[in-house]
Ligand binder design. Structure first.
Ligand SMILES: [Mn+2]
Length: 449
């Protein structure tokens, strides 16, 4: 299909998985000599489905999106490499006789695999790219970044299932190394103090307290600076890492200790102290591009354009500023309210709907906030009220599933929702917040009894 087309339109999602998917697909197309245009979509709204259906390109290739909307496409031919749950209408109704549309649909669910843990959109896109040309294995690293961006690396073994295909290709080529280490964020770019202070899981006694972090590192005989430069975690010698790691693990409870350690993926061709050297930091950088309507910059980075990095760093700084000012606003103005079994706040138009979920998640990790209740956050969005729900892992272990709660409660008030057990979201009509909260409160209570 691809070889027979001269021009290709790529449509992809704006998050790290979507951006890496687009980079893999675009590179594969370019290498085949195809003219290729990339369109980023925050979600497949009617507007984008219409764009796809009326596209004048010979072929539309949708990555990290599309499976949920199979029955709405009329464009012919199409390729979809995605990992979201396929449109049930399409699976049930379709026969070869009533469909004249050629959709090549590559999705782990069609092969009995799980799309939320075993394969991300970039992995599915990568598998096709590798099939097209084995030389495309140099794109394997990007698929690993996409999988980390979609938080598919959190099991004890790290990446599992189909995601191990790009992982081992990248390792075989010498593009990536894997080390069992702390899973905390910021191994290349954060100072040691920040690395400990803002770690998830929070380290008792060190979270939110930089002077305690100083004392702790001193007691571990680790110097903070190398000349004038702050050392980062990956600057530490193996012996230093061992000492600090053990010191940290001693302070954690069993559950946090188990998830604090795991495989960590390093893109060794990138220079030290670069956010592109650590898969999680790379993914976070791409996510921050997407959240500020600048997925194109993320795409340029993935395709090797070094000049795009400065732009991305600006995005990221703006991202951090927005999050920290949003966080202090919620704290200082005491916006968080309680019900029987949930906490919630309404940010109105003062927090972007694309970051309100991050703020909610960070509140759960902030001293002075309860972790034994999920938190629900509202923010205004173009098509109603955006809802983000976050919970501590301990609640999920007790049976909480925010995905089903968001879906059911949103549908009760005429909206839609879904996601993961620990982090989920919904969009609901304006004015329905109270009814929605009543329903969520009841369902959380029922699940946690
Ligand atoms: Mn994805």
């Amino acid at each position: 299909m691809l070889r027979a087309s001269k021009t290709v339109t790529l449509v992809s999602h704006i998050d790290a998985d979507g951006i890496t998917s687009a980079a893999i697909a675009a590179t594969a197309c370019k290498r085949l000599g195809k003219g290729c245009e990339v369109v980023f979509a925050p979600k497949l709204s009617e507007e984008y489905i219409e764009k796809i259906n009326s596209s004048e390109s010979d072929l539309v290739w949708v990555t990290d999106l599309g499976s949920g909307y199979l029955s709405e496409f009329t464009k012919d031919p199409m390729i979809i490499t995605d990992h979201h749950v396929p449109d049930p209408k399409w699976r049930k109704g379709q026969t070869f006789l009533d469909s004249f549309i050629d959709i090549c649909h590559i999705n782990p669910h069609c092969y009995g695999m799980e799309g939320s843990t075993e394969a991300c959109g970039a992995t599915m896109t990568y598998l096709l790219a590798r099939e097209i040309d084995p030389a495309n294995t140099d794109l394997a690293c990007l698929a690993v970044v996409g999988a980390c961006g979609d938080i598919q690396d959190t099991s004890d073994e790290g990446l599992v299932g189909l995601n191990t295909e790009p992982l081992w290709d990248a390792v075989d080529r010498g593009d990536m190394d894997v080390e069992t280490d702390l899973r905390m964020f910021g191994k290349e770019t954060r100072s040691l103090i920040q690395f400990l202070q803002y770690s998830d899981p929070r380290i008792p006694g060190l979270g939110d307290d930089s002077s305690e972090c100083h004392r702790f590192l001193e007691s571990m005989k680790v110097t903070l600076k190398d000349g004038t430069r702050n050392r980062s975690w990956n600057d530490l010698s193996p012996e230093e890492k061992d000492r600090v790691r053990n010191g940290i693990l001693d302070r954690l409870n069993d559950a946090d200790r188990a998830r604090a350690l795991g495989p960590s993926y390093r893109l060794v061709r990138h220079p030290r102290h670069s956010e592109l050297r650590d898969a999680k930091e790379f993914a976070t950088l791409l996510n921050s591009c997407g959240r500020y309507d600048d997925a194109e910059t993320g795409l340029r980075i993935c395709m090797g354009d070094e000049t795009a990095l400065d732009k991305a760093k600006q995005n990221r700084m703006e991202h951090r500023r927005n999050i920290s000012s949003a966080l202090s606003m919620v704290k200082e103005e005491n916006l968080v309210r309680m019900r029987r079994s949930i906490m919630y706040f309404n940010a109105g138009n003062r927090i972007r709907d694309t970051v309100v979920g991050i703020v909610a998640g960070m509140l759960l990790n902030t001293e002075g906030f309860r972790r034994d209740m999920p938190i629900i956050a509202f923010a205004d969005s173009d098509d109603g009220i955006k809802v983000s729900a976050r919970a501590d892992r301990s609640l999920v272990r007790k049976g909480l599933d925010l995905a089903s709660i968001m879906k059911i409660a949103a549908e009760m008030v005429g909206g839609y929702g879904g996601g993961h057990n620990i982090a989920a979201g919904a969009t609901i009509p304006r004015g329905k917040e109270e009814v929605f909260l009543d329903a969520v409160d009841d369902m959380v209570l029922a699940q946690l009894i």
